[in-house]
Design a protein around this ligand. Structure first.
Ligand SMILES: Cc1cc2nc3c(=O)[nH]c(=O)nc-3n(C[C@H](O)[C@H](O)[C@H](O)COP(=O)(O)OP(=O)(O)OC[C@H]3O[C@@H](n4cnc5c(N)ncnc54)[C@H](O)[C@@H]3O)c2cc1C
Length: 291
């Protein structure tokens, strides 16, 4: 088995450099495995030593505390991002970015990924979250996922076994998505490109992409829109320290001006409390808060 010491890593790495919120203190070690063997070796090592470990993709749905993470991070991004295209199927390592996969699909005349072109993040993170937008979600295009289990063994899960639901999959905290097979459909490059451009424009117009954030902060409560509830509660522009409810889209909490993780957490709790008081609806964070 690959010795742990041979796997690239960074020590006391600030997690603010690995999350789109741009906040978060240090992790003891941040590993950057490049092969499946390295990934399995890490998983086995952490299982045997009981060191807390967490997988991070692009960090676009994560909020780490200012104290950081008292354990090790396994980062699966550009270091683990090979893509293979076979007819209408794309098999990608977990760290491949959705935007890159969508561009590959477009260039191969494959339709089905248009919804994902503007979602920041890796395909591994997108499977975990069942990421979706504009009427599409990962559930619609995932054929199977190769997972490294708690004990370091590998297992393939079919779409049905992944139990996809709104921003939910069966992937648990102890499992690592290693690779993903997407099943797409023959389409026309120009039409695919036009739809992707249209959706990207919509994002630019509606979302505060000029500020660090983790996208929609809250899940959509059944029968409502989180942004509308927040706006109707008079919270657009509400601030705690450097964190703010976006003026452009109230569903986004943004890092407006050197926010701390604490600012963002307090703001999230304030919004939940005020919306509950004024609208009678419970908001649940979509962002994974790691404290
Ligand atoms: C500007 C902006 C817009 C956004 N728009 C959307 C949108 O339209 N739709 C939407 O659904 N989301 C959206 N998001 C949220 C985010 O992009 C998605 O949730 C994305 O799928 C997260 O992928 P990631 O690689 O960044 O995952 P991370 O944030 O790194 O991780 C998210 C979760 O997945 C786990 N994880 C990550 N990789 C793996 C792996 N390989 N194996 C096991 N577990 C793993 C992490 O431990 C964590 O629990 C947006 C975010 C931003 C910043």
């Amino acid at each position: 088995m690959t010795p742990i010491t041979e796997i690239p890593y960074k020590e006391n790495e600030l997690l603010s450099a690995h999350t789109t919120f741009r906040v978060g203190g240090p992790a003891k070690k941040l590993y950057l495995p490049e092969t499946g063997e390295q990934l399995i070796a890490l998983k086995k090592h952490f299982a045997e030593t009981s060191v807390p470990a967490l997988v991070v993709g692009n960090g676009s749905n994560l909020l780490f505390s200012d104290a950081g993470f008292d354990g090790c991070i396994i980062k699966l991004e550009n270091n683990y991002s090979n893509i293979e295209i076979n007819d209408t199927r794309i098999v990608a390592q977990a760290g491949a970015k959705l935007s890159r996969l969508a561009a590959c699909a477009r260039d191969e005349n494959l339709t089905g990924m248009e919804f994902a072109a503007g979602i920041p993040g890796t395909v591994g993170g997108a499977v975990c979250m069942n990421a979706g937008a504009y009427g599409g979600e990962m559930k619609d295009i995932v054929e199977w996922v190769n997972v490294i289990e708690e004990d370091g063994t590998e297992r393939k899960y079919s779409n049905a076994e992944l139990d996809f639901a709104y921003r939910h999959s069966a992937i648990g905290a102890g499992q690592i998505v290693e690779s993903v097979c997407l099943k797409l459909f023959p389409g026309k490059r120009e039409e695919i490109a036009a739809r992707m451009d249209e959706l990207k424009e919509k994002r630019k117009e509606k979302q505060p992409l000029e500020y660090p954030s983790a996208g929609s902060t809250f899940k959509r409560p059944e029968g409502y829109f989180a942004g509308k509830l927040i706006e109707d509660s008079g919270l657009k522009g509400y601030r705690v320290g450097g964190a703010m409810v976006s003026e452009k889209h109230a569903g986004f909490v943004i890092n407006y001006d050197h926010a701390t993780a604490q600012d963002i957490c307090t703001l999230i709790k304030d919004v939940q409390r005020i919306v509950k008081e004024k609208q009678g609806v419970e908001l649940t964070p979509e962002v994974k808060i790691i404290v």
